[in-house]
Design a protein around this ligand. Structure first.
Ligand SMILES: [Zn+2]
Length: 498
């Protein structure tokens, strides 16, 4: 056994020698040897370092010398450099470096979005967070740590520099990215430690004494019983700041629309299986900070941008909304319709097995004894009908029911209107089918998903009507998010023609 980590300080040399003798006798009694490189002594007189020699151990104690601690030398206790007190500057520099290193290390992995956030929160953040409440961090320093995290994310293309910064630190179930906010971590930990000491003081004399002494000895300031960190550091406040932003705030407010299913609409974030790069890009699209011509002209006020006409179709204003839902040339490919078709066909025993939707090409007609399904086919009618080509038509022979399915991926603020439009669009066709096919009922089921992944409350009901399990919206949403990112990437790769 070794006597390690022995640190003795004293006012006078005499006092120091006396303490050392006690320790030596004690170690001899219990047959412990000194781990010399970990032991130090020092002499402090009225707060000043005094020069002195080390202490020569007797042969009985194994010999050797315990050296003195120099004026600027520190030793580590529980991972924190200290001598006369905690050397906060060097501790903070060291911990910040370690935090940066760990963040970089994690960002180099190919983890998916949510796992990336979990890894940073549980491996990089604790590198600094364990010193909260022990070392005094200022709000500015904590802000710097947050900024360090965000700039690292930007470097690895996981966060757009002009996208909302609050969002990076908010939980995923309200539309955030789920990376810890160091200011909030700090506040939570300080409050937790304060609570612990104050509660313990009621029963323990030691804790009561410590609490009584600590006016400003530690960042906890235990003597001030009602000391609280700044109340503005909370998830609630952070979310309010996000909502208050003129441009970035539009999206969180949109998520609260009565017709939207909010938990499902942020499903692509809570599910978190997209790459951080795609997540970051999608957030930038939702925050509307993509350099479209309207953004450059009206927000950045770039004088070289003279027109806001769409660079792809030449009609309409080139805004994010136009590109993802209005531009006739860029209309997203109907992967959602394919997903729905495959699910229905499989459930009605018209398909033996399923494959990933991007490899699935639906048959124009599928039929068995009970059902017939058309994919993207003009329906023969007696009268002239303006809209006679729904995405999917299902004919239930036994029950004499026809279901018309049409898919739309409109701009996020247009979902209800689009759903109504789709229903009205096929009324004429439905009437005609009812008469000529001699069926009892014709249903019209619109499948609408917002181009930024928004899920209307009606979607799950509509999917159930089609015998598709409501959970299928996850796959549809993912394909919409990826399609939208691809459209915007394609546009940004086009030359900026004036
Ligand atoms: Zn266009």
């Amino acid at each position: 056994m070794y006597m390690d980590d022995l640190k003795i300080f004293s006012n006078t040399e005499k006092g120091l020698k006396r303490q050392l003798r006690c320790v030596e006798n004690f170690s001899n009694d219990i047959r412990m040897r000194f781990g010399l490189e970990k032991c130090k002594i020092g002499r402090l007189h009225r707060g000043e370092w005094r020069q002195m020699d080390g202490h020569q151990l007797t042969q009985h104690s194994g010999g050797g010398k315990i050296t003195t601690l120099d004026k600027f030398e520190t030793y580590k206790y529980l991972g924190l450099a200290q001598a006369r007190g905690i050397d906060s500057i060097s501790v903070k520099t060291l911990l910040t470096e370690r935090f940066k290193e760990r963040v970089k290390h994690i960002l180099k992995t190919r983890l998916a979005g949510r796992n990336m956030a979990t890894a940073i929160n549980s491996y990089a953040v604790p590198a600094v967070a364990y010193s909260f409440g022990i070392v005094d961090w200022t709000s500015t320093e904590l802000d710097d740590l947050n900024r360090t995290l965000r700039t690292s994310l930007t470097k690895f293309r996981a966060h757009h520099p002009r996208a909302g910064r609050e969002r990076v630190h908010l939980p995923r179930n309200i539309g955030g990215r789920g990376f810890s906010d160091l200011r909030i971590c700090h506040k939570t930990q300080v409050e937790r430690l304060q609570k612990y000491f104050h509660q313990k003081s009621e029963s323990s004399a030691l804790h009561r004494a410590v609490t009584g002494l600590d006016r400003s000895l530690t960042p906890l300031m235990l003597q001030v019983t009602h000391y609280q960190c700044d109340p503005k550091y909370s998830i609630f406040e952070l979310e309010n700041q996000w909502r208050g932003k003129e441009l970035h705030g539009r999206y969180p407010n949109l998520l609260d629309s009565a017709d939207l299913d909010k938990p499902a609409s942020v499903g692509w974030l809570t599910n978190g299986n997209l790459f951080p790069e795609t997540e970051g890009f999608m957030c930038a699209i939702q925050d509307q900070v993509i350099p479209t011509r309207s953004y450059l002209k009206h927000i950045i006020k770039d004088p070289t941008v003279t027109t806001t006409n769409c660079r792809i179709c030449g009609e309409g204003h080139e805004s994010v909304e136009h590109l993802i839902s209005g531009c006739r040339i860029l209309a997203p490919k109907d992967n959602v319709a394919k997903i729905v078709h495959q699910e229905i066909a499989f459930n009605l025993n018209l398909l033996k097995e399923k494959c990933p939707h991007y490899r699935y090409s639906p048959e124009s007609v599928l039929e068995n004894e009970g059902f017939r399904i058309y994919w993207d086919r003009t329906i023969q009618t007696d009268r002239t009908v303006q809209h006679d080509r729904p995405d999917i038509l299902i004919y239930d022979k036994a029950n004499k029911v026809v279901t018309l399915v049409d898919v739309a991926i409109p701009a996020p603020n247009n979902l209800q209107k689009k759903e109504r439009e789709k229903r009205e669009k096929y009324i004429q066709l439905a009437d005609d089918i009812k008469q000529t096919w001699r069926v009892d009922r014709v249903n019209i089921v619109p499948i609408v998903i917002g181009a930024m992944g928004e899920i209307p409350k009606s979607l799950k009901t509509n999917l159930t009507t089609l015998t598709v399990k409501p959970g299928a919206y996850f796959e549809m949403q993912k394909s919409v998010v990826l399609a939208t990112c691809n459209i915007i990437r394609r546009v940004l790769n086009q030359p900026q023609l004036q």
